[in-house]
Design a binder for this molecule. Structure first.
Ligand code: CDP
Length: 217
């Protein structure tokens, strides 16, 4: 059983997916974390983000693993380090490189094999798991998503301002939507979940109402 959750930045996909995975006893795979981990390494190693070849060769010598929601980069736990504003700013550049996507998608498909998964990202329903049993496209207005991301970052004591976050979210969505290889796009057979003015629990219940009965609980 595979459940795909796609949507733009800050829509709450990962929060909702994690809760669903617990409720259903599925494995949760955060594909954004994989692009983020490689981006973090590129920042740490001072790789020029305009140089696609350097990013691709960096991946060749990089090991990314997700074990029980903990993200490991070359064996080191980077779960919180990959969620900085600096990584936010650069990740869509890494994620637009076709050779990098190809590798990541292979890895993601292997992770989904022979197990029940709930996977979130941008291209899960369209490219990674086109035969997923359920596909959801979770979204919200740009302002609502910026508000949520602003709160998330200020809660972690990052000094950011709302206007900056709004601009960054908008820029990242554009990069993700316009890229040539597997852009952010709603699958034709995806169910749209608009999360404006809804609590996390309401969104979880809405998704559960679609999958109830069919998912093994
Ligand atoms: O948490 P948030 O929605 O802000 O982002 P994320 O899911 O961690 O994804 C970070 C970035 O990785 C996205 O903006 C995309 O550029 C890229 N990504 C992707 O291209 N394909 C995926 N399947 C997942 C993420």
């Amino acid at each position: 059983m595979n459940i795909a959750i796609d949507g733009p930045a800050g829509a709450g996909k990962s929060t909702v997916a994690k809760i669903l995975a617990k409720k259903l006893n599925y494995n949760y795979i955060d594909t954004g974390a994989m692009y983020r981990a490689l981006t973090l390494k590129a920042i740490q190693e001072g790789v020029d983000f305009n140089n696609t070849n350097s990013l691709v060769s960096l991946l060749e010598t990089t090991k990314i693993e997700i074990i029980h929601e903990t993200v490991f980069l070359d064996g080191k736990d980077v779960t919180s380090e990959i969620r900085t504003p600096e990584v936010d700013q650069k990740v869509s550049i890494t994620a637009a490189v076709p050779e990098i996507r190809k590798e990541m998608v292979n890895l993601q498909r292997r992770m989904a094999k022979n197990t029940n998964v709930i996977m979130d990202g941008r291209d899960i329903g369209t490219v990674v798991l086109p035969d997923a049993n359920f596909k959801f496209f979770v979204t919200a207005s740009e302002e609502e998503r910026a508000k949520r991301r602003f709160k998330e970052l200020t809660d972690k004591n990052y000094e950011v301002d709302y206007e900056y976050i709004l601009k960054e979210i908008s820029k990242r969505d554009k990069l993700d939507t316009k890229r040539k290889v597997s852009p952010l796009k709603q699958a034709d057979d995806a169910i749209i979940i608009n999360t404006n003015n809804k609590t996390i629990e309401e969104v979880v219940q809405e998704i559960l109402s679609y999958i109830k009965g069919e998912a093994i609980m």
